[in-house]
Design a protein around this ligand. Structure first.
Ligand SMILES: C[S@@+](CC[C@H](N)C(=O)[O-])C[C@H]1O[C@@H](n2cnc3c(N)ncnc32)[C@H](O)[C@@H]1O
Length: 205
């Protein structure tokens, strides 16, 4: 799938409704970053900007990348409304990434049903983390129990698998956390169920 087709897929998805995500920061990011001294952050696949805006509000200098111009225009609009400055970058993450060094690289649910070289993106992004900086990769490790269409399990790697895929050099990285975390979530028809999030947090030495 080329960039145009991938962008079309995501623009169509975002175009289905005026808002797709909650607009709030992802809890796994908030819990792990709220006490971190702000610096430069790269948000990979920022969507409608919930994380990027939260980070900017806390004083981070945010570069936020997404392939969907529909999602980014919503994010930009909300930033303007709140008087926040974020460097919004519309690009395919398959292309060269905004250059670091970044004090935090964050990938929150950077998952796609369309073919996407996620491991390669995450490895290149890890290379942009500053000495002493953090890499936080959070993803779905299970499909929603209420969904009739369970996604391909290969698209929902566990934290252990993500860590293997990242292949971080132990001489250069300290793995702070790598585990699957249960989360209670509510489905579109009010169904409540348990989801599994994979969380990998590593600090560059
Ligand atoms: C599941 S959403 C997560 C959005 C956001 N991080 C959040 O947690 O709300 C995945 C995001 O990745 C973006 N994305 C998917 N493939 C991409 C690619 N090749 N390059 C850049 N962004 C991509 C999509 O447009 C979408 O906004």
């Amino acid at each position: 799938m080329n960039t145009t087709q991938a962008q079309q897929f995501w623009d169509d998805l975002y175009g289905e409704r005026p808002r797709i995500w909650s607009g709030k920061v992802n809890a796994p990011l908030e819990q792990r970053v709220r006490d971190v001294e702000p610096g430069r952050v790269l948000d990979l696949g920022c969507g409608e900007g919930g994380d990027a805006l939260w980070l900017a509000e806390r004083g981070w200098a945010v570069t936020a990348v997404d392939i969907s111009s529909t999602a980014l225009s919503r994010a930009r609009e909300e930033a303007d409304r709140r008087g926040l400055v974020v460097d919004w970058v519309q690009q395919d993450l398959a292309d060269p990434l905004p250059p670091g060094p970044f004090d935090l690289v964050s990938a929150q649910f950077l998952q796609s049903p369309v073919p996407f070289a996620r491991t390669d993106v995450l490895r290149r992004a890890a290379a942009e983390v500053a000495a002493g900086g953090l890499l936080l990769v959070v993803g779905h490790a299970s499909g929603p129990p209420w969904s009739q269409h369970q996604p391909d399990p290969a698209l929902m790697p566990s934290a252990e698998t993500v860590l293997d895929q990242l292949a971080l050099d132990p001489a250069a990285w300290e793995v702070v956390e790598a585990r699957d975390v249960e989360r209670t979530a509510t489905g579109p028809d009010g169904q409540v169920g348990e989801l599994l999030d994979s969380v990998v947090l590593a600090r560059r030495r």
